[in-house]
Design a protein around this ligand. Structure first.
Ligand code: ASP
Length: 428
């Protein structure tokens, strides 16, 4: 039994909708379908959710929105008239509704179309996905309500939103239909959560940097967390939690190439043994490293705590904190410190009486991730050799305590070259 979520690019027009319908019809084990709003039909197109946001902000785009849905309906030759729904949305807009309500209508209308095309029950997420008054998801109640509404009958539940205790629509953050899908999979205790998109799963490295990067067949929840944190997108970060808790595998599939293997995300304990030590390489630009040096720092009880309390005071979360005997480095997002660097350095100097404090800007972090590294001696050596062989200076090294990742910091200008070098060292 499966929950299948279809992304916006897979439901962007009549033709892609048809592909999705044939995927659903060819697999009886798909029991809950979670659609997104229609996405981009080509590179310069606008997603319906963005059109809805523009509409909320006062732009004259509602007829464009209506025509996106009407053209899908006519291309699928459905006997469905959404004019009453359109009037309701316009009426609410005039009366002054919320952004969440307007933004959620893309999924809502696409869900009505999908339910009609399949002849399946339509479940309004406002009735089953519940938030408290601070917009925090009520997890247990939601699972129970989905399960009761589903009641073992195939159904369509639009993605991206639910409602609070007052019945007002609340959306997840952007890309949040993945979360709805995950909640549905957990509620129905699915064997698999299929997440259909427009790529055949995850690549071992960003294909814009390494065009020949191979697909990842299998990745553990933990590895994925590391890789997506460092920028390997495809799935909404928060969507893993409900399925991970119940050990339900997530299968990323491509609607344009349904026969491709895709990527299977599952608990490490259920994965086939890996032949390659690494699963993937991912990274991000935009970091700064603050390095504090002080003789005999290692003997000073509470030194790190004092330093961290300064950053906490400025509301700055830290990314990494590699330490040496007399040095302590803190990696932070450049954006978070940009307009207060001097104040922060001053406060750090006051509290630590350090011998020196330096900041390096324009750093990129690259994580090499894989459970396999524990068993393979020399993974770190291979990374360092690959980088030095390509004349890339390593500015920082940090190995996660689980031996799941090795993180290196390099100059932003070396970033792409560094990712390629590490990929080539392991994958070829
Ligand atoms: N349509 C929403 C967005 O564009 C949610 C989603 O597609 O998952 O962010």
């Amino acid at each position: 039994m499966k929950t299948a979520k279809f992304g916006g690019s897979s439901l962007c027009d009549g033709k892609s909708f048809e592909q999705v319908l044939s995927i659903i019809k060819s697999d009886e084990s798909i029991r809950i379908v979670v659609p997104s709003a229609p996405g981009k039909r080509h590179a310069n197109d606008t997603k319906v959710t963005d059109l809805l946001i523009a509409f909320y902000e006062g732009e004259d785009v509602f007829s464009e929105i209506k025509s996106r849905f009407d053209s899908i309906i006519s291309s699928l030759k459905l006997n469905l008239d959404l004019s009453a729904e359109y009037s309701e949305i316009e009426k609410r807009k005039t009366e002054g509704t919320t952004l969440d309500y307007i933004a959620s209508r893309g999924e809502y209308l696409n869900g009505l179309i999908a339910a009609k095309a399949l002849g399946w029950k339509f479940i309004n997420p406002s009735d089953v996905i519940k938030f408290d008054d601070t917009n925090k998801l009520l997890y247990k109640e939601t699972l129970q309500l989905i399960n009761e509404a589903y009641n073992n009958e195939p159904c369509v539940i639009p993605g991206f939103f639910g409602a609070n205790q007052k019945g007002e629509v609340v959306t997840f953050s952007r890309g949040g239909s993945d979360i709805t899908g995950s909640l549905c999979a957990a509620a129905m205790k699915a064997d698999i959560y299929e997440n259909w998109t427009d790529v055949s799963g995850f690549f071992m490295a960003d294909p814009r940097i390494v065009p020949y990067a191979m697909n990842i067949d299998e990745v553990s929840y933990k590895e994925l967390r590391e890789l997506s944190y460092m920028g390997a997108g495809v799935l909404h970060e928060e969507s893993i939690f409900p399925v991970r808790k119940m050990e339900i595998p997530v299968h990323i599939k491509n609607t344009n190439a349904p026969k491709d293997k895709g990527t299977l995300i599952m608990p490490f304990s259920k994965m086939a043994p890996h032949s390659r030590p690494i699963t993937g390489v991912a990274g991000k630009k935009g970091f700064a490293v603050i390095t504090i040096e002080k003789a005999r720092m290692n003997n000073e009880v509470g030194f790190a705590r004092k330093v961290l309390s300064v950053l906490e005071g400025y509301g700055i979360s830290i990314e990494h904190m590699p330490t040496g005997i007399d040095t302590l480095s803190i990696v932070v997002s450049e954006e978070l410190i940009s307009n207060k660097v001097n104040d922060i350095l001053g406060s750090l100097q006051d509290i630590s009486a350090a011998d020196s404090i330096d900041v390096s800007h324009n750093m990129a972090l690259i994580a090499t991730v894989g459970h396999g590294m524990v068993k393979h001696a020399g993974s770190a050596a291979k990374i360092f050799a690959a980088l030095s062989g390509n004349n890339i200076n390593i500015r920082m090294i940090d190995q996660g305590s689980s031996e799941l990742n090795i993180i290196v910091g390099v100059e932003e200008s070396d970033y792409e070259n560094a990712v390629r070098s590490i990929y080539n060292a392991f994958a070829i």
